[in-house]
Design a binder for this molecule. Structure first.
Ligand SMILES: [Ca+2]
Length: 279
């Protein structure tokens, strides 16, 4: 586990620069958002009455090596915890959704940097669908600037997109291509849930596909899903994607994920999301 006191001191100038740059950007847009050092040496963000900080959940290889960490928002209002989705789905104004998304990404990078100055694993960040729709051109430029200050490069970052959250294929493709041209990796999140389909995989050619947790849950109890799953994984591999099985909650699911050919795994059975990044 990281030693917060030492790492905090080592990285403080970089993080202050990062926060100042982001806050100046938000102030220029006349938005009352900001990121700041708060309790327990964590970095927090304010957005209206919401207070947001970061948690990280590792993604493992079957050799139990940490391949990546997915950054997750932890949201509270008046010290009461709020499901993060509520924050993102409540904000319907495109301009504000864009800034909220940027705010949260800066927050996650700053909290990560505070603990791990030079990460050897990749960093998975969720992208808000409204951000993808709302930004007309120049996807990722603000974030690329932030990463430069942080000493990170786009290939270290995987952007997770919930693939059925945007109806407009062309808009989605344009956004994905723009991020990809800057060197970011693309993951399709929650694949196999809702209206997700292989057409989107063919269209977007993601580097990584994250299987929705329901798939592995159902494969354990439904023989037809168990039979179909290796074929789905094989198909995704043929399209060049690395396959992550999400939602591993017990040993049986972990063994099954390996049997059906998944590459990496994530879930409570392996590691809970936590403010402290295991290393
Ligand atoms: Ca995700």
């Amino acid at each position: 586990m990281g030693n917060f006191d030492i790492l905090h001191l080592v990285n403080t100038p970089t993080i202050c620069n990062l926060l100042d740059t982001a806050n100046a950007f938000f102030a220029e847009a006349s938005l009352d958002q900001r990121v700041f050092f708060g309790r327990e040496q964590k970095i927090y963000a304010h957005f209206d009455e919401w207070e947001i900080t970061s948690a990280y959940q590792p993604i493992f290889s079957f050799e139990k090596k940490i391949i990546a960490v997915e950054a997750l928002a932890r949201v509270s209002s008046n010290r009461h915890s709020i499901p993060p989705n509520l924050l993102f789905t409540t904000e319907r104004m495109p301009a504000r959704a864009i800034f909220l998304d940027r705010l949260v990404r800066v927050l996650h990078i700053a909290n990560l940097l505070r603990q791990v100055p030079t990460p050897s694993f990749s960093i998975f960040l969720n992208i808000n669908a409204f951000h993808l729709i709302g930004v007309k051109t120049g996807h990722g430029r603000f974030f690329a600037d932030i990463l430069q200050i942080a000493g990170l490069s786009p290939p270290q970052i995987t952007l997770e997109i919930v693939e059925d959250a945007v109806d407009d294929n062309l808009l989605l493709l344009e956004a994905v291509n723009s991020y990809r041209q800057q060197g970011f990796l693309i993951a399709l999140d929650d694949f196999g849930a809702g209206h997700s389909n292989l057409d989107r995989v063919w269209l977007l050619e993601p580097d990584i596909v994250k299987l929705d947790r329901l798939l592995i849950q159902r494969a354990v109890v439904e023989p037809k899903v168990r039979l179909a799953l290796p074929k789905i994984v094989e198909h995704l591999h043929q399209m060049g994607a690395t396959v992550v099985c999400e939602g591993i909650e017990h040993q049986l699911q972990l063994s099954l994920a390996q049997d059906v050919g998944c590459d990496w795994v994530q879930g409570y059975f392996l590691a809970m999301p936590h403010a402290v990044i295991p290393c």
